[in-house]
Ligand binder design. Structure first.
Ligand code: SF4
Ligand code: SF4
Length: 318
């Protein structure tokens, strides 16, 4: 690991054909599995979370009892969605001690690890919105469609708490697509499928990445919780970037990438510090130049592999 000396941007020297050829060469050297490693790991993680709740009803082996909102694992580990506890407080309902303990555990975990890791690694709606995004791209549907502003999710979050206060109940849980997706998988609820399909159709036909990146109050809440979290993605080899835009194309929150990836000019850290990053690792998967990696928020080191990678990929002299 060394600090980088200023390097001319590769785009200044490579024409588009050369960059595409370079990308193809790199693709051939990375297997399908490697190019989708974190995607598969995330699906495994999301399935494993649901499996913890399914072993009871299916095989009589009760690992986790309850729901994603409030559960008990192995009879000793209470976990509660802190947003549910906040709604209870707004509705003037006193949560039980166990619920508060469960919420504290969840807050500490996501506060330290990464708030929005919940979105990428746990939430059962994520595969649904990812599928809608995939189909939207495949079908060549209108690039962005109607898009609410990304900060709309924070207004929705505020509204969720206000409504709880006014209604005196945890009203959001009646319509929360995450709760309904859980019910579909674990309880086989057909009625709940309506809410999941609604999110899917919204993302497919109305707004690109509409739900998770613009509206969901749960994602907004966990983003706030993880504002200072430790686990981050770094563009540690940003001088190797050939501006193919693959990372922007797959990232659910593409605005988080530029400050780090383009930050060499201004001396900005290569670490993606935005609370909106879900630490999904998809940028690591798709980047054939090895620009991204998992790290911690204080790791400002860079890897001077750019010249070598550019040379390997394009045959140019570094
Ligand atoms: S934004 Fe909301 S629905 Fe989307 S993955 Fe995150 S918590 Fe789940
Ligand atoms: S920057 Fe990478 S890890 Fe963060 S949300 Fe985008 S694709 Fe996922």
């Amino acid at each position: 690991m060394t600090a980088l000396s200023p390097t001319p941007r590769p785009t200044a020297r490579l024409n588009r054909e050369a960059r595409l050829a370079a990308t193809k060469d790199k693709v051939r050297t990375r297997s399908f599995l490697v190019r989708n490693k974190y995607l598969f790991l995330r699906r495994l993680s999301q399935a494993a979370v649901l499996a913890l709740f399914l072993t009871g009803p299916l095989f009589g082996l009760w690992i986790a009892k309850g729901t994603l909102a409030s559960s008990m694992t192995f009879g000793v580990l209470p976990l509660t969605d802190p947003l549910v506890v906040l709604q209870m407080l707004a509705a003037r309902h006193a949560p039980e001690g166990l619920a508060i303990l469960g919420a504290a555990i969840v807050l500490v975990f996501y506060g330290l690890v990464s708030g929005r890791a919940y979105c990428a690694w746990v939430c059962p709606i994520d595969p649904v919105t990812d599928l809608a995004f995939f189909l939207r791209e495949k079908l060549g549907l209108q690039a962005k469609g109607w898009q609410p502003k990304p900060e709309t999710r924070f207004w929705v979050l505020a509204m969720v708490l206000v409504v709880s206060g006014v209604a005196g109940s945890i009203a959001w849980e009646l319509v929360n697509p995450i709760t309904h997706a859980f019910r579909v998988v674990v309880f086989g609820s057909v009625a709940s499928l309506t809410f999941v399909v609604a999110v899917f159709l919204f993302d497919l036909f109305v707004a690109r990445r509409g739900w998770c990146s613009h509206l969901c109050p749960v994602g907004a809440f966990y983003g706030l919780v993880g504002s200072r979290a430790l686990v981050k993605i770094s563009t540690h080899a940003r001088d190797a970037c050939d501006h193919c835009m693959d990372c922007y194309a797959v990232c659910p929150e593409p605005h988080v990438i530029s400050p780090a990836l383009e930050g060499a000019k201004t001396g900005a850290s290569p670490v993606i510090l935005s609370r909106d990053c879900t630490t999904c690792g998809r940028c690591i998967d798709v980047c054939d130049r090895g620009v991204f990696r998992f790290t911690h928020r204080f790791d400002a080191s860079e890897t001077a592999v750019g010249a070598a990678v550019r040379s390997n990929c394009s045959g140019e002299t570094p």
